[in-house]
Design a binder for this molecule. Structure first.
Ligand SMILES: CSC[C@@H](O)[C@H](O)C(=O)COP(=O)(O)O
Length: 373
């Protein structure tokens, strides 16, 4: 995607052929800073500290982390160390495990001297596959947006609500939830996006809004609690979110607050779709509410806010009384029954076990129930 006229991806290999470049998402929207990752430890830190984030990008970064590790030491022990370090970096996005398993599958059978090169090649393929998958998600999701158009009067926008950031920053390019939106906009459809600010970390306000403005897509940032009101008044035609993990039966684990949007959408007859690449499906889990452990993050995310002052200084301020306990659940699970459909690279699939297994038979067959991460 373009930033000030220049094409960017969220992650890439630098000109030296081995250093990994990535956009430091912690600094957006105030500063556009590029980070250089030169070791597996730095890649794991980037995931842990949320310099990079979003399920598909976490997977792509982990693959790069393995490549960086293999450059220094390509032994079996180093491969296992890299796997263990990277898998522990974030708990929810199953793309992390998927990408690490792919790397291990590629590298383990090779002799150590052949591993570093093969690791860069496979990491590059994982990144390219992500771009192609998201473009396909875009094409399938576009049909849903186009279907709304005939109901609109001339000049009336198609209103899409999204939560968190499932845009190109959360993937290698295009985004999952945003891919259909970018295609609709580029194709001349009059789309407008309601952007949930997404407390506590404000990925909607900081990242999705930044992306959409750079692409020229009409949007409005709203406080997280606004969606229900908008839906009651016919101001949302469609909800599209991303996800960090979808279970074999179609339950959707995503950024905290997604479930409440799904409930409001259900109550108001607004279609609620989730866009995802197939590596986000965890065929070993059948009950998202009971089986997916929910990450709890530090109190500071809730107790503080970071922003730019009128003078241009970036400051973090506390908004909670000293001493008040704070809880920070980072994700929630939306049961499949509230999901109108899953927008995948193979089409829009019903959020249901048989439909998912039929759409991705090779993934469904290779997973065992109970392999819970
Ligand atoms: C395309 S990944 C889906 C996102 O919406 C996702 O929920 C997400 O980015 C997770 O939040 P984060 O806490 O920023 O890692």
């Amino acid at each position: 995607m373009k930033v000030d006229g220049q094409s960017f991806r969220s992650i890439w290999v630098e000109g030296d052929g081995w250093t990994i470049g990535a956009i430091d998402q912690r600094r957006l929207p105030h500063e556009f800073v590029i980070a250089k990752l030169t070791s597996c430890e730095e890649a794991a830190d980037a995931i842990r500290a949320m310099l990079v984030r979003g399920a598909p990008l976490i997977g792509a970064t982990a693959a790069c982390g393995v490549a960086l590790a293999m450059r220094v030491d390509a032994s079996d022990a180093a491969l296992e160390r890299a796997y263990a370090m990277l898998i522990a970096a974030r708990p929810t996005a199953i793309n992390l495990k998927w990408a690490l398993d792919e790397m291990r599958k590629t590298l383990a059978p090779l002799a150590p001297p052949d591993r570093a090169r093969a690791a860069y090649v496979r990491a590059g393929e994982i990144a390219e596959e992500d771009v192609a998958i998201n473009q396909a998600i875009g094409r399938h999701g576009l049909g849903l947006i186009e279907a709304i158009e005939p109901r609109k009067k001339p000049g009336q926008a198609i209103n899409i609500l999204t939560h968190c950031n499932a845009g190109w920053l959360a993937t290698v390019d295009w985004g999952t939830a945003t891919a259909p939106i970018y295609l609709a906009h580029d194709g001349g459809l009059n789309v407008h996006v309601w952007v949930d600010e997404t407390r506590p970390r404000n990925q909607g306000a900081s990242l999705t809004a930044w992306e959409l403005s750079h692409h020229g897509v009409a949007h409005t940032v709203i406080a997280d609690n606004t969606g229900g009101h908008l839906m009651q008044h016919g101001m949302v035609d469609l909800v599209i979110t991303g996800t960090d993990r979808v279970t074999a039966n179609g339950d959707v684990c995503n950024k905290i607050g997604t479930y409440l949007k799904a409930l409001a959408a259900f109550d108001n007859g607004v279609p609620f779709y989730v866009a995802l690449p197939s590596p986000t499906i965890d065929f070993s889990v059948f009950d998202g509410v009971r089986q997916i452990p929910i990450e709890q993050r530090g109190a500071d995310e809730v107790a503080t806010m970071t922003g730019r002052t009128r003078e241009g200084k970036i400051e973090t301020v506390r908004i909670v009384p000293d001493g008040s306990p704070v809880a920070n659940y980072a994700f929630d699970v939306t049961p499949a029954r509230l999901v109108s459909g899953l927008i995948t690279e193979r089409g829009v699939v019903q959020a249901e076990r048989t439909a998912l297994a039929r759409a991705f038979p090779e993934r469904a067959q290779n997973s065992r129930q109970g392999d819970i991460v």
